[in-house]
Design a protein around this ligand. Structure first.
Ligand SMILES: Nc1ncnc2c1ncn2[C@@H]1O[C@H](COP(=O)(O)OP(=O)(O)OP(=O)(O)O)[C@@H](O)[C@H]1O
Ligand SMILES: [Mg+2]
Length: 273
């Protein structure tokens, strides 16, 4: 399963959700790869615990070899790194992604990630793609390469506007490039049950028949601690409420439970206004 975690809005929890779901997948014995397409490299640092500038053979190098002549080109697997966690692997980001972008775009390399991930599908049962907070060459490559898209949502009014735009973008990607791309659902993050507005906002999304998932991820300082220690929640605080919500989310997305309250992705209505 190839899953992209995307929202063009910044700071909604893309990297935190990608990394923690992938860590749970790996902990469950599933060989799991995370591809970090965000030049900020938050996911790379979180899972590898290594400064970005020290890392060689990154996803930028994979893209680079598609635009430069190379007698001995490497295979996608050569850009995959082991993490300290069993079954969990990362294709790391790099600051070089920034200056490569124009070149890749002008030479129509938008399907190269899809080709690379197709080659890696035999090695990895689960592939998660973290994206930058923008609809750019890299996030579009990811939406073209993935089978499902999970949308983090941070429960404020600006996020709601971003969500309508995003659902329109996904429809366009489906029409033009990836007809079977499925909206897996909108995952509410940093939810505060005692605040009135976020609750009201989520109720309105449900009333509009948007594909809101039935698990709301709590806001917790554990998330920052987990980033600081470069240890996903399942390895740092397995019984914490937020970790358990991630475990439930992982099970829900991977159909481990009865299917009660599953994503309403098949019923997604696209509203672009
Ligand atoms: N459930 C949570 N509880 C508390 N803090 C959280 C939670 N989820 C994310 N955060 C914090 O919010 C910030 C943004 O999270 P994250 O980096 O995952 O978002 P992002 O969408 O990947 O951001 P960007 O768009 O910059 O890539 C981080 O400081 C992270 O620690
Ligand atoms: Mg991020």
């Amino acid at each position: 399963m190839k899953r992209v975690v995307f929202n063009q809005k910044g700071g909604v929890g893309k990297s935190s959700i990608t990394s923690n779901l992938a860590a749970i997948s790996a902990r469950n014995g599933i060989k799991t790869l995370v591809v970090d397409l965000d030049t900020q490299g938050n996911t790379t640092q979180y899972l590898l615990g290594q400064p970005l500038h020290e890392i060689e053979n990154t996803v930028a190098d994979l893209f680079e070899q598609t635009v430069s002549f190379n007698l001995f080109s490497k295979e996608p697997f050569d850009f995959v790194h082991e993490t300290p966690f069993p079954n969990l692997f990362v294709m790391p980001s790099s600051p070089n992604l920034d200056h490569l972008e124009g070149k890749l775009e002008s030479r129509y390399k938008i399907y190269k990630l899809k080709d690379a991930l197709t080659k890696l599908e035999d090695d990895f049962e689960a592939i998660y793609i973290d994206t930058p907070p923008a609809l750019n060459f890299y996030s579009r490559s990811a939406l073209i390469a993935a089978e499902r898209c999970l949308i983090p949502f941070d429960c404020d009014e600006f996020s709601r506007q971003a969500l309508y735009t995003l659902l329109g973008t996904l429809q366009e990607i489906r029409d033009d490039h990836n007809a079977t791309l499925e909206v897996e659902g909108v995952i509410a993050n940093q939810f505060q049950p005692r605040a009135r507005l976020p609750k009201q906002l989520l109720e309105e999304l449900i009333a509009e028949d948007l594909p809101l998932l039935p698990i709301y991820l709590s806001a917790s300082v554990k998330m920052r601690e987990s980033h600081q220690q470069s240890k996903p929640l399942i390895h740092m605080a397995a019984s914490h409420k937020l970790t358990q919500q991630f475990v439930e989310l992982h099970d829900l997305l991977n159909d481990k439970k009865s299917g009660k309250g599953k994503s309403r992705s098949s019923k997604v209505k696209v509203k672009t206004a």
